[in-house]
Design a protein around this ligand. Structure first.
Ligand SMILES: Cc1cc2nc3c(=O)[nH]c(=O)nc-3n(C[C@H](O)[C@H](O)[C@H](O)COP(=O)(O)OP(=O)(O)OC[C@H]3O[C@@H](n4cnc5c(N)ncnc54)[C@H](O)[C@@H]3O)c2cc1C
Length: 394
């Protein structure tokens, strides 16, 4: 076993970093995860995890723990901004029948908690308040230096530090991520503050000119999660997520359907995210330093696949390390993952365009055509995505 006793430092305790830590520790590596934040706390937000992500949770041994916290939606419903149903794609039991596993939705903090507990149970050490500032390597070892002056050495370092990865900049000279011209508000509203049954158990997408809003229930229907995206010319803020006034959100979605207005009227707190992206990196590793997740292939959220790709990466990277050792393992990982990550990244960008059609006549025609398409054809578009199982033994 090429991994037994190897010391691995992972930068970033997001979905990708924690899943990789657990997968690698299960194969005998001694893993430390360094996170700049002071804990795993996460701004209230939902995450959809399709069957291909559930496959990885299952392979890690986390299926039962995750199932207890998951919401299983019955459908994805695309709607015109005024509320009219454009198309309904069944999930629930249909997703299980088609892909072998469910389509789940989580409070992000719940899924992070499940991964963190799983990682701790196999001996992963999690170290908070450590912001990576420098990384260097010799033939045998990698050294990471943190802003608090501490440093650590290991056999290998994995940058799971997200779309604004510093590992990418330092070790791979990757270009900085750029603002995509889109912002997203995220937030949660207690269902008890809304009329009963206002939102069915589905992921509903309300599509308007240059903007759309997605809403779905979480935690047994006690919370309604929303993501509201708007196109914008610029993003002036230094950070990439900041608290914003709910009034700005309400103003942006004026004229949307009544359930959207009712939901947004109850928003007390919301965060605004600038959506940043960069093309899939040409190289994902340099010697003993490599990347996974958003750090090497960020995804716009319009296919709900960024975190899922992080899960897939984690599983595949651990298999590649076990089979080939570290440096060759990184190469094999890149060869296996790049075509898929590139395809999904492009698919997510295309969805941004089709959700936001600006010309009302064109939008009307496009929605009509979508509504007329046979359901099997529509569902078939997602088979390459949800039906793919990185954990299947070939
Ligand atoms: C509005 C919105 C909705 C989304 N919805 C979905 C969805 O439904 N389903 C889905 O699959 N994906 C979704 N995504 C995408 C998903 O959130 C990301 O793709 C995913 O979180 C990426 O995981 P990651 O582990 O690669 O990086 P991240 O989750 O970004 O984690 C990176 C971690 O690294 C830490 N870090 C960064 N720099 C340093 C440093 N220098 N030192 C130490 N630590 C550092 C950060 O603090 C962070 O904890 C959505 C994204 C957005 C913006």
């Amino acid at each position: 076993m090429a991994l037994k006793g190897k010391e691995i430092s992972i930068i970033g305790a997001g979905i990708g970093g924690l899943a990789a830590a657990m997968a690698l520790a299960q194969k005998g590596a001694r893993v430390k995860v360094f996170e700049q934040a002071d804990g795993l706390g996460e701004v209230g937000a939902g995450l959809q995890i399709s069957a291909n992500g559930v496959a990885v949770l299952e392979a890690l041994g986390l299926r039962d723990a995750a199932a207890k916290l998951a919401n299983t939606p019955e459908a994805v419903v695309l709607r015109d901004y005024r509320g009219g149903e454009v198309v309904r794609l069944p999930l629930g039991a249909s997703a299980v029948a088609r892909y072998g596993r469910p389509y789940w939705q989580f409070h992000r903090a719940d899924l992070l908690g499940v991964l963190a507990q799983g990682a701790r149970d196999v001996g992963v050490e999690m170290i908070f308040d450590h912001r990576l500032t420098e990384v260097s390597q010799s033939k045998e070892r990698v050294e990471a230096v943190f802003s608090n002056g501490k440093s650590v050495q290991a056999d290998c370092l994995i940058g799971a530090d997200g779309v604004r990865s510093v590992v990418r900049g330092m070790a791979l000279h990757g270009q900085p991520a750029e603002f995509t011209g889109q912002v997203a508000w995220r937030g949660l509203v207690p269902a008890s503050r809304l009329p009963k049954g206002l939102f069915e158990n589905a992921a509903q997408v309300f599509m308007g000119k240059g903007r759309h809003l997605v809403a779905y229930p979480l935690r047994g229907g006690t919370l309604i999660n929303f993501v509201a995206v708007e196109e914008r010319a610029s993003w002036a803020d230094e950070g990439w997520s900041l608290p914003d006034s709910p009034e700005n959100l309400r103003a942006a979605f004026q004229g949307f359907a009544a359930p959207v207005q009712t939901l947004l009227a109850q928003v007390d707190e919301t965060f605004l995210w600038g959506l940043f992206n960069h093309p899939v990196l040409p190289r994902w590793s340099n010697g003993r330093i490599g990347l996974l997740g958003d750090a090497c292939h960020p995804m716009l959220p319009f296919l709900a696949q960024g975190a899922v790709m992080g899960l897939e990466d984690a599983f595949v990277l651990a298999e590649c390390f076990e089979a080939k050792g570290i440096e060759k393992g990184f190469h094999s990982f890149e060869a296996k993952r790049k075509p898929r990550a590139t395809r999904v990244q492009k698919g997510a960008a295309r969805n941004a365009w089709s959700y936001h059609l600006r010309n009302p006549i064109f939008r009307g025609v496009a929605h009509k055509l979508l509504g007329m398409a046979p359901q099997n054809t529509l569902l078939g578009q997602f088979d390459y995505l949800y039906g793919h199982d990185v954990t299947a033994k070939s």
